[in-house]
Design a protein around this ligand. Sequence first.
Ligand SMILES: [Zn+2]
Length: 179
Amino acid sequence: MATSMNSRRIDPFKLADQKASIQRSLNLISLPRVVEVVGESESQVTVEMNFWRDDQYRCVIQGHLETRANVVCERCLNPVEQPIVSDFTLCVVSSDEAARDIPREYDPLILTEQLIDVADIVEDEILLALPMFSYHADADCDQGMIPRREDQQDEEADIQSSEQKPNPFSVLSTLKLKK
Ligand SMILES: [Zn+2]
């Protein structure tokens, strides 16, 4: 394979001519459009892409990516780690017009330069694959916990403050004993 294993900028046409496959591992944090939606995370994104020409000589990218992201649980509003898996089949075209002519089984990837950053493809696909709504499993969900947690914090604060204050009665009793 001519392309360096680590380069993120790829020439999909050349890779399709070579029937090449590539694998990449990216840090989720390096994908600003994804971070904007799901927040920062230590997750890795692994992506595999296979390139070929179809019988119409179209440049096709078939890909698979996996990662995990923290999204908001719609029930308790706490973060929930969500596995994100996406399988995609892209047809590389050079214009919106060309995008309209591709068969339905492909999604268009409009490319105006010769090279594309793998991260751009990965960002698009993660954003498309993000679930509209996410929930914890019932046992893990803090449903109704938000008001209860405030109560707990108040109780803890009360306990702490009464522990920290010297007990006035014990001081008095000591003084009395000394007399
Ligand atoms: Zn929840």
